[in-house]
Design a protein around this ligand. Structure first.
Ligand code: HEC
Length: 159
């Protein structure tokens, strides 16, 4: 290699770089507003490869994790969510503050004398009403199961 070539190499490198930049700039200018369709076409091969690679890359992890997560999340959710939802929409009106002698939510002392009745006994009180508490807490649309779930939810806070 002679000194002349050595001096030239960076120049060539720079022009190649410049050409690439110009080409990219031109590309950017030409495709200023590519339609969604064009964009999809341009990225299509990449997207296909990624879609194809995903199931192949995690065949063991995906099926194993998904059902486990689903059952873990689904199993305790219905009862808890239902009872909480009923409590939050109906029972909370009196039981949050302890209106009219209602045993306050989360107040262990207020609930202690009532707990021996058990979920069945307490749910029955709610279904039929008790003193200042109207039947079904005042919402006849609630099912027995919803009442029971709400009672279970409330009792779970004071156990
Ligand atoms: C209008 C106010 C009010 C609403 C709404 C209400 N409660 Fe009550 N609740 C009371 C009062 C007052 C008592 C206390 C009754 C008594 O022992 O004199 C009570 C008592 C209870 C008891 C104890 C019953 C017993 O036998 O000791 C449970 C359980 C209960 N409520 C659950 C619920 C549930 C579940 C809801 C919602 C579906 C609800 N309450 C809605 C006022 C209310």
């Amino acid at each position: 290699m002679n000194p002349g070539m050595r001096r030239r190499a960076p120049v060539i490198g720079a022009s190649v770089l410049a050409a690439a930049v110009l080409a990219l700039a031109g590309c950017g200018r030409g495709g200023d507003k590519p339609t969604e369709e064009q964009t999809n076409k341009l990225i299509e091969p990449v997207a296909k490869i990624e879609l194809g690679a995903a199931p192949a890359a995690a065949p063991a992890a995906a099926p194993a994790a998904t059902p486990a997560d689903a059952t873990a999340a689904a199993a305790p959710a219905p009862a808890a969510a239902d009872g909480k939802a009923v409590y939050d929409s109906v029972c909370i009106a009196c039981h949050a503050a302890g209106v009219a002698g209602a045993p306050k939510f989360g107040d262990k002392a207020a609930w202690a004398p009532r707990l021996p009745a058990g979920i069945d006994g307490l749910a029955k009180s709610v279904l039929t009403g008790k003193n200042a508490m109207p039947p079904k807490g005042g919402n006849p649309a609630l099912s027995d199961a919803q009442i029971r779930a709400a009672v279970e939810y409330m009792v779970a806070q004071v156990k």
